[in-house]
Structure formats: structure tokens, C-alpha cells
Design a protein around this ligand. Structure first.
Ligand SMILES: [Zn+2]
Length: 351
């Protein structure tokens, strides 16, 4: 008798640095309410690299297939799934498991369900030939939206949720974004789409190539820490009163400190970057300036629908981010290049 059908997958198999490898794993079956997708594009996230280095600050259910930013074609349909047919082109949300009865899910905020488990750390993800997904996660791709671009829907949704859903940007506002990784770059892009008058993108000296990329994606000004002072640059813009909105897409304590320093009285700081370390500074200026500090996590169905339409129309254009499209077998060189900063984002295309 032959064994189960196998497929190649990038697997995080132990909780130690470097414990990720390309392996043959059993091909999943669709199962009730679920569909099997043939993965056509999966983009590499900073969180995949954290898991590769075992520096993540979230629980990982090893062994697990990495990858949560993906799209593909419906390959097989489980029982009880209506509305999809094999060959349909789709992108998938990331909340692989949610509690349908939690107060958050019932209110439509399933991204905040405490029992939510995502692809790539809690549930097998998409760095594989196929991935099993609940039908409720799927969105049809608009005609003409290529898979390589659709694979970037998820990080675009993170930025949309942070800048549009969880923040308010009005035309003419001064917006500062700290941290020019893919999410920071996309937040700068979305802030400009919202009509921001100036978008200041701040990073470290080693971020210079990404800051340059930011100028192509909607930033009007860039600031390199140590070269210029973010608060001084922000104070030179608009009415001089400070940033209406600061997006912390870095996560380190110093970024939040800078954010609180350059936000205007009555303004908002939206934190989308993670940082496990204690702050180590006083947030009294937040009190004195009556600043709103807002967290932002993940996204929900209506955000995906809007972002897919914006990607298809070209109004939202993340293409400058992608510096490499590679086969799944090239995962390691993509991860290493993103970790060292020579590559902003890679999209893997399983063979
Ligand atoms: Zn991600």
C-alpha cells in the first residue's frame, strides 16, 4: 500500500533558532466547512522570520507550516461549503480558527477573539503546495488582479485597519510613521491615500534603502535617527503643532517615546508594531497632551473587500515592496535577505 500523498512545505518544527526547514508533509484533506487551496503566492512576513529565529512573542504550535499572507485557487471543497468551485481565484484571511460564540466574534470583531488562532503559528499555513482554509476566510480575487499582487492583500489590510479603521486621517493632516518595514511603508501609503498633507517616515540609518522606497510609496519626508530629529521635522510641517497621527510600526520602546514626543496635543498614536520589552520611560506627556493611544491588530471581512478592490484598481499599489518572487525552495535565502534588510519583501510561489 502506498502512504498518504505528500507535498513540500516550509515547517517550523522546534522552538529553537533556525528550526525551520523544507519538508515533505501529508497533503491535507478539505474537511467539513473547509476548502483546500492550491497556493499561488505567499508573501514572507517579519513574523515568519521571527519564528525562524525563534524570537517570536506569541505561542507557536509546533510543528507548523509557516505562511499567513497568501492567495491561490480552490482545489477541493469539503462538505457544507457553498458558493465556491474548483479553480476559483481567492485570497484568505488569517484567522484560521475563531470561537463563533465569543462576544467579539458575535460583534463582528473576530480579529480580537481571545481564542483566535492564525495560520502559520497556530494552524498550518500556506508555505506549501496546498493549505486547508475555512470557507469563511475566503475572498474572491477581482478579475485582473494577479496572484503575486494578491499575495500582499494581508499586509495591506493590516495597514488599512491601522490607518483607516483605528485612526482618523483628514486631508491635509500631518502623519508620522515610525518604522519603514513593509507594514510601516504600507501605512505611509494608506495615509497618503487618505489625503494626508505630509507623511514623515522615520527609521534607522540602516533603513536608508527602505526610507527611499517610502518616498516612492507616498512619504513626503524621511528621517534617519541620528541624522535628523523626528520631532523637529514634524514641527516644521503644517501649523507646527505636531503630528495629527503617529503610527508606530516599529514596536521598540524608543519608537513609542518618539511618537509621544512628536504627536500634537489632542492627537493620536496608533501602535501596530509589537515589542515585548517594558517601556523604560514615562508616558506622562501622553497625559499632559491628552493623546489617544490606540492599538491595532489584524483586520476583518469588510477591510479585505475594500483592499482587494483598491489593489485591483491600482489605487493601492504595494508593488514597490516586492523585491523578489521566488520558488518555495528558495525560502531560506529570502528569509535571510529580509532579516539583513537587503530585501524588503519576498513572495514565494510553490511549484
Ligand atoms: Zn504578516
Amino acid at each position: 500500500m502506498s502512504g498518504p500523498a505528500l507535498m513540500p512545505a516550509v515547517v517550523h518544527y522546534a522552538l529553537r533558532a533556525g528550526a525551520v526547514e523544507l519538508r515533505e508533509v501529508p497533503l491535507p484533506a478539505p474537511g467539513p466547512g473547509k476548502e483546500l487551496l492550491r497556493v499561488r503566492g505567499v508573501s514572507v512576513c517579519g513574523s515568519d522570520i521571527h519564528q525562524y529565529h525563534n524570537t517570536q512573542s506569541w505561542p507557536v504550535n509546533i510543528p507548523v507550516v509557516l505562511g499567513h499572507e497568501f492567495c491561490g485557487e480552490v482545489a477541493a471543497i469539503g462538505s457544507g461549503v457553498a458558493g465556491f468551485a474548483p479553480g476559483d481565484r481567492v485570497a484568505s484571511e488569517t484567522a484560521a480558527e475563531i470561537d463563533p460564540d465569543s462576544p467579539q466574534t458575535r460583534a463582528g470583531a473576530y480579529n480580537l477573539d481571545p481564542r483566535r488562532r492564525g495560520f502559520g503559528y497556530g494552524i498550518d499555513g500556506a508555505m506549501a503546495r496546498c493549505v486547508r482554509v475555512p470557507a469563511r476566510c475566503l475572498h474572491r480575487l477581482p478579475d485582473g488582479l494577479p496572484f503575486e499582487l494578491a499575495a500582499l492583500t494581508e499586509p495591506c489590510c493590516v495597514a488599512y485597519q491601522a490607518v483607516v479603521v483605528n485612526s482618523r486621517v483628514r486631508p491635509g493632516d500631518v502623519v508620522a510613521v515610525i518604522g519603514p518595514g513593509p507594514i510601516g511603508l504600507l501605512c505611509a501609503h494608506v495615509a497618503r491615500m487618505c489625503g494626508a498633507g505630509a507623511v514623515v517616515l522615520a527609521g534607522l540609518v540602516q533603513d536608508r534603502p527602505r526610507l527611499q522606497l517610502g518616498l516612492r510609496m507616498g512619504a513626503s519626508h524621511t528621517v534617519e535617527a541620528g541624522e535628523q530629529d523626528l520631532a523637529a521635522v514634524v514641527a516644521s510641517l503644517g501649523d507646527g503643532g505636531g503630528a495629527d497621527l503617529v503610527v508606530d510600526a516599529a514596536g521598540a520602546s524608543a519608537a513609542l517615546q518618539q511618537a509621544i514626543a512628536c504627536v500634537r496635543p489632542g492627537g493620536q498614536v496608533t501602535k501596530v508594531g509589537w515589542g515585548p520589552q517594558p517601556l523604560g520611560f514615562s508616558i506622562d506627556p501622553l497625559v499632559q497632551k491628552a493623546v489617544m493611544l490606540q492599538g491595532s491588530f489584524s483586520h476583518t471581512w469588510p477591510v479585505w473587500e475594500r483592499v482587494l478592490r483598491l489593489l485591483a484598481s491600482g489605487q493601492l499599489d504595494p508593488r514597490p515592496l516586492v523585491s523578489r518572487v521566488a520558488a518555495l525552495a528558495e525560502w531560506r535565502s529570502c528569509f535571510d535577505a529580509m532579516a539583513e534588510g537587503s530585501l524588503t519583501k519576498a513572495v514565494l510561489v510553490p511549484e
